[in-house]
Design a protein around this ligand. Structure first.
Ligand code: ARE
Ligand code: CA
Length: 482
């Protein structure tokens, strides 16, 4: 369950938060496929409670009403069409699976597919689930439970969301049927929402019953779905991420926390010389890595001082480090812009999501940030694809916040997070020639629109990153020789 089954040479996925299926299909064909992205995490595809009393917040999608594939993102046919079109251009789909709970109790009780529930009776006829499918006695997780009481974290409600009992054979069957239906439609794996709130022994039963990936969608025979479990473990928890790594991969929340700290000068970049398990991070193969996610970019979940698109220079620095360094399996966040942390995606008066528009410079409009279309970000995806499994070599630092390293003989990257310029002759490990920096520009014909870096016969080059430049990174690789 730890292999994403990306198409050959691809390494990175992006979370297209709240995108519609038709728009994702188009994005696969016009951008993600050609640019070498490996996959997409999509918002939950199953029917959710419609919450007009909060003006359709983004979090209504974490309130399952049934496993019917009808949401604001589209219906079942649109979903199937998206998966097929994305797989056709080598981009995999990973589903955000909410299997810990059903909706909380609200005055409104109609789902995005028209299903209803009787909350007082724990009755969800469209699945169907009834009273016996939930954990008893009824209780709600309190803040201090996270530090003391694993059983309460797993058997009580997460903020009032009705807590399913995954030991129930009926619950297991409904969940497995839902996930297998998606596998048959061609998805490559799942994010397991709120995995911490379920017993590992129950999750193991569920995972073991999943079918192999669908060979008609280009997966090798016998391929198991990629599973990454959402377990927030920043330390001091009754439940450890290590309880889940024997099952499948885990979201490594310490990764974004530490890199956010380093790139906001809370820690010197030079300490990243031994980035990885020596920092207390999970083993590389166990970790789904990211800077921000849909929760902590808006102060939900573990919160903290996480870098987001709202601090672009530091954010692009942290993202570039994530993509340049071999540790983990990286996931990019692609957001809609927001001020109100509860606000849903751009929508019209009827609650329909408004599609992103594509500007002439390839960035997005209509309220969509589309970090994945920022040149400094998508070109580092190509960097990661190009350098492959090569090792970090020739680490250099100035004893502070200027660092540089090679990836084998395939790529070289430098960072300047000081108040003064970086201007050094450094070993790039690349063959002699002229390379286009993929951060300040790109290769156009056989010239560079940004900086050119001239590598001499000794592999060295003069590397310049001014402290007032737009970006703090310079990156060159074998794919961008001019
Ligand atoms: C909403 C309302 C609530 C209301 C509830 C029920 O905000 O006021 O009571 O509905 O009607 C998202 C939102 C929630 C939202 C929920 C359902 O973030 O605000 O509740 O959708 O609509 C814990 C969990 C972790 C979880 C985070 C948010 O461990 O699994 O909280 N993250 C996932 C998703 C979220 C989603 C859910 C789970 C629910 O990514 O987007 O919630 O499906 C410590 C602990 C962490 C804990 C954290 C915060 O750091 O270590 O484990 O995270 O505190 O409590
Ligand atoms: Ca639970």
């Amino acid at each position: 369950f730890k292999n994403p089954h990306y198409a050959t040479g691809r390494t990175t996925m992006v979370h297209l938060f709240e995108w519609k299926w038709d728009d994702i299909a188009a994005e696969c064909e016009r951008f993600l496929g050609p640019r070498g992205f490996g996959g997409i995490q999509i918002s939950p595809p199953n029917e959710n409670l419609v919450i007009w009393s909060r003006n359709r917040p983004w979090w209504e999608r974490y309130q399952p009403m049934s496993y019917r594939l009808v949401t604001r993102s589209g219906n079942e046919q649109q979903f199937a069409n998206m998966v097929r079109r994305c797989n056709n251009v080598g981009v995999r789909i990973y589903v955000d699976a909410i299997i810990n709970h059903m909706t909380g109790t609200w005055n409104e009780n109609v789902g995005t597919g028209g299903s209803t529930a009787n909350f007082g009776n724990w009755h969800y006829p469209a699945v169907p689930y009834g009273r016996n499918d939930f954990n008893w006695p009824h209780c709600v997780i309190q803040g201090h439970d996270y530090a003391c009481c694993a059983d309460r974290v797993r058997n009580c409600e997460l903020s009032g969301l009705k807590d399913l009992n995954q030991r129930s054979e009926h619950v297991r069957t409904m969940i497995v049927n839902y996930m297998n239906r998606l596998i048959d439609m061609g998805v490559a794996g799942f994010r397991i929402d709120a995995a911490k709130h379920m017993w590992p022994s129950d999750l193991r039963v569920i995972y073991d019953r999943l079918r192999n990936l669908n060979t008609a969608h280009g997966f090798p025979s016998g391929a198991r779905p990629y599973i990454y479990q959402e377990v927030i473990d920043l330390g001091g928890e009754a439940i450890s991420r290590n309880e889940y790594t024997p099952l499948a991969a885990v979201t490594e929340f310490r990764f974004g926390m530490e890199l956010s700290r380093a790139f906001t000068r809370g820690n010197q970049l030079r300490w990243l010389v031994n980035w990885g398990p020596q920092w207390g991070l999970l083993g590389s193969g166990d970790a789904l890595t990211f800077i921000d996610n849909h929760d902590n970019q808006r102060g939900h979940g573990a919160g903290g001082n996480i870098l987001t698109h709202k601090r672009p220079k530091e954010y692009k620095g942290a993202i570039a480090f994530m993509l340049a360094h071999p540790y983990g399996k990286p996931q990019l966040m692609s957001s809609f812009s927001f001020h109100d942390t509860e606000a849903g995606p751009p929508m019209d008066g009827s609650g329909n999501i408004i599609s992103p528009s594509i500007n002439s410079d390839n960035t997005c409009g209509n309220g969509w940030v589309c970090e994945h279309r920022w040149r400094q970000i998508f070109q580092m995806v190509a960097f990661r694809n190009t350098v492959g499994n090569t090792a970090v070599t020739n680490w250099w630092d100035n004893g502070g916040n200027q660092i540089a390293f090679c990836r084998g003989t395939m790529g070289f990257v430098a960072f300047n997070n000081e108040n003064w310029d970086l201007n050094q002759r450094l070993q790039t490990c690349l063959p002699a020639g002229t390379y286009c920096d993929v951060i300040s520009g790109e290769k156009s014909g056989n010239r560079c629109t940004g900086k050119s870096v001239v590598v001499g016969n000794d592999g060295r080059a003069q590397i310049v990153i001014g402290s007032h430049e737009y970006d703090m990174v310079l990156a060159i690789h074998m794919g961008h020789q001019s």
